[in-house]
Design a protein around this ligand. Structure first.
Ligand SMILES: *[C@@H]1O[C@H](CO)[C@@H](O)[C@H](O)[C@H]1NC(C)=O
Ligand SMILES: *[C@@H]1O[C@H](CO)[C@@H](O)[C@H](O)[C@H]1NC(C)=O
Length: 508
C-alpha cells in the first residue's frame, strides 16, 4: 500500500516537473551559409526567450545575451557568402555534382566540428555534460548525431530547407515517394509529367546511393569514431516548411514545419530608404540576389540588360549591389546591404526580383508581394517553381535573359492583378496556423525533453534494414511462393499428361 502511494507520489512529482523549464540546450550550426544560420538562430531565439539556456556553436556569431552563449567557429570554416556568380554556378548548379559534393562535404564538416577545442571539452564530459538536448543541422551524413550519442541526450535536427528530402531515410526513417515528393534539388515544386517523375525518382535514388556509397567508403578506408558506434536518431526534425512552399505529402509525426521561423517583428526603415520608397507612390521594385552571390559579379551583358530595362520603368528600384555604380539610372538606389524584410513589408513595394533563397521567399510571402525569380542553385529552382504554381511568381533563366524578356515579365507582374491577388492569398494561408512557428518550436522542444526523447514518435522504419524497408524480403518470398506453386502445377500437369498418353497407348 505505502509502496503504491510512494509510486503515485513519485509519478505526480514527475508530472509537476513536466513543463521542461530551464533546459540547457547545445546547438551547433554545421553549415557556413547565412541562410542556414538564419533558420537555426530563428529556432534558438524563442527557446531562449522562454527561459531555456542555449550554447550555440556558430560561424555567424550575433552576440551573447542572458542565457545565450555563442562559440565562434568562423575560424574553422569560411563563410559561404559574397561569392562570384561563376564559381557558384560551376560548383553548385548541377544537382548530381552538388549531391556528390555535399555527401563528402558532410564528413569534412563533422571532422572540423569534432576537432574544435571547445567541442572537445564538451564531448569529454560524455554522459555527464550538463546539457539536456542537442539541436544540430544534419547535412548529408548522420555523423552529426555522434555528439548527442556521446552526451547521451535527445537530439533535434534543424533543417533550413522546406523539406527533408536529401536524407529522409536518416532524418525520419522513411524514403520519399518520388511521384509526390520533389527532391530538394529538383527543378519542380511537384513532379507532374512522366519525365519529371522519372527525373525526380532518379535524383532521389541517386542521392541515397551517393550518400551510402560515400559513407561506406569512409567507413572502410578511414573510419572515424562516429563510424564505429550506433548513432542516436533524431527525436524530432524542425523543417523550414509550410504548405504554401511544400506540396502536401504523407508526413511523419516527428517532422515539424516551422517555415518562416526566422521572421522577426518588423522594424522601421532607415530614413533614406523610407524616403526613397515613400516618394514613389507608383511603386517600388526590390531587387536582391541574396547573401551568397554578389549581384555585381553577374556577367556584364546580363547586368546591362537589367539596368537598361529598369531605367525604362516609372517605378523606383531598390537594389542590393556590392559596388559603386557609374551612370546609375536615376530611379535606382543601390546599397551593399538592405533591410529586406522591412522593405518588403512597405505597401509601396510591388515586386521582388530574387534568386529564390528560402528566407527571402518567406519574407515576400509574408508581405504578399509577387516575385520574379532567377533561381541559381540548390533548392532555389524548386522553391521558385512552387510559387509559380501558386500563381504569384514568374521564373526566368538568368543566362538567357534579355532586356526585352525581362521587361516583359516585370511589366506583366506589375500590371496583371492576378499575381498580387495570389500573393495576398498565399500570405493569408501562410499566416493561418494553429500555433506560430515560435510556439511550435518551444512546444515541441519541451515535449522532447519532457518525454525523454519522445521515443514513441520514432518510426519503426529505423529498425528495419534496407531490404526489409523496401519489401525486398516480402516480395522475394511471394515470388518464390508463386514460382513453387507454378512449378508444382507444371509437374502435376506433366505427370497427368504422361499418364494420359500411356493410358491411350495401352488402350490402342
Ligand atoms: C535565464 O535562465 C534562468 C535559469 O533557467 C531563469 O531563471 C531566467 O529567468 C532566465 N532569464 C531569462 C531572461 O529568460
Ligand atoms: C568551387 O570549388 C572549388 C574546388 O572545390 C573551390 O576551390 C572553390 O572555392 C569553389 N567555389 C565556390 C564559389 O564554391
Amino acid at each position: 500500500m505505502w509502496f503504491r502511494v510512494t509510486i503515485m507520489l513519485l509519478t505526480y512529482a514527475n508530472l509537476a516537473t513536466l513543463p521542461a523549464n530551464g533546459a540547457r540546450i547545445l546547438a551547433v550550426e554545421t553549415m557556413s551559409g547565412k541562410s542556414h544560420w538564419n533558420f537555426m538562430s530563428g529556432v534558438l531565439r524563442p527557446l531562449v526567450d522562454s527561459g531555456h539556456t542555449v550554447t550555440a556553436f556558430t560561424p555567424f556569431p550575433d552576440g551573447d545575451r542572458e542565457n545565450y552563449t555563442e562559440v565562434d567557429i568562423s575560424g574553422d570554416m569560411s563563410r559561404f557568402q559574397d561569392k562570384d556568380l561563376k564559381g557558384v554556378i560551376v560548383n553548385w548548379s548541377d544537382p548530381i555534382r552538388t549531391i556528390d559534393f555535399i555527401a563528402s562535404l558532410s564528413k569534412k564538416k563533422c571532422d572540423i566540428m569534432y576537432a574544435n577545442n571547445r567541442m572537445i571539452e564538451v564531448m569529454r564530459q560524455n554522459g555527464n555534460s550538463h546539457f539536456d538536448l542537442v539541436i544540430i543541422e544534419p547535412i548529408m551524413s548522420e555523423c552529426v548525431s555522434y555528439l548527442a550519442t556521446l552526451l547521451d541526450v535527445p537530439m533535434i535536427y534543424a533543417i533550413p530547407l522546406s523539406i527533408t528530402s536529401l536524407m529522409e531515410r536518416y532524418n525520419t526513417g522513411h524514403f520519399p515517394n518520388p511521384v509526390i515528393d520533389s527532391h530538394v534539388m529538383s527543378a519542380y515544386g511537384m513532379p507532374t509529367t512522366f519525365v519529371q517523375r522519372l527525373a525526380n525518382a532518379a535524383l532521389i535514388v541517386y542521392g541515397l546511393v551517393s550518400t551510402e556509397f560515400t559513407a561506406s567508403r569512409v567507413k572502410c578506408t578511414n573510419p572515424r569514431p562516429y563510424d564505429l558506434v550506433p548513432l542516436y536518431k533524431p527525436s524530432l526534425v524542425f523543417v523550414n516548411g509550410h504548405p504554401v512552399m511544400t506540396a502536401p505529402s504523407p508526413g511523419v509525426a516527428s517532422v515539424v514545419n516551422v517555415g518562416g521561423i526566422h521572421l522577426t517583428v518588423a522594424k522601421s526603415l532607415p530614413k533614406d530608404i523610407l524616403e526613397f520608397i515613400e516618394q514613389s507612390p507608383i511603386g517600388v521594385i526590390y531587387f536582391s540576389f541574396g547573401s551568397t552571390v554578389k549581384t555585381s559579379s553577374l556577367p556584364e551583358h546580363i547586368k546591362k540588360a537589367f539596368f537598361e530595362a529598369l531605367a525604362e520603368l516609372p517605378q523606383r528600384i531598390l537594389m542590393k549591389y556590392e559596388e559603386e555604380l557609374q551612370d546609375k539610372p536615376k530611379n535606382i538606389m543601390t546599397k551593399k546591404w538592405l533591410p529586406q524584410r522591412d522593405i518588403l513589408l512597405h505597401p509601396n513595394v510591388k515586386l521582388f526580383i530574387s534568386h529564390g533563397g528560402i528566407s527571402g521567399l518567406y519574407e515576400t510571402i509574408d508581405a504578399g508581394v509577387p516575385i520574379l525569380g532567377f533561381p541559381l542553385f540548390g533548392d532555389q529552382p524548386r522553391n521558385i517553381d512552387t510559387l509559380v504554381n501558386n500563381g504569384m511568381a514568374i521564373s526566368m533563366d538568368l543566362f538567357s535573359v534579355t532586356k526585352e524578356s525581362f521587361l516583359k515579365n516585370v511589366l506583366d507582374l506589375l500590371n496583371n492583378e492576378k499575381y498580387t491577388k495570389n500573393a495576398k492569398s498565399s500570405s493569408e494561408i501562410f499566416k493561418d496556423r494553429s500555433m506560430s512557428p515560435e510556439q511550435s518550436v518551444v512546444y515541441w522542444t519541451e515535449y522532447v525533453i519532457r518525454h525523454k526523447g519522445a521515443p514513441h514518435l520514432k518510426s519503426n522504419a529505423y529498425a528495419l534494414t534496407w531490404y526489409q524497408y523496401y519489401l525486398v524480403d516480402v516480395i522475394s518470398s511471394i515470388l518464390i511462393f508463386v514460382f513453387i506453386v507454378f512449378f508444382v502445377i507444371y509437374k502435376v500437369l506433366k505427370l497427368g499428361y504422361y499418364i494420359f498418353i500411356n493410358f491411350k497407348q495401352i488402350k490402342t
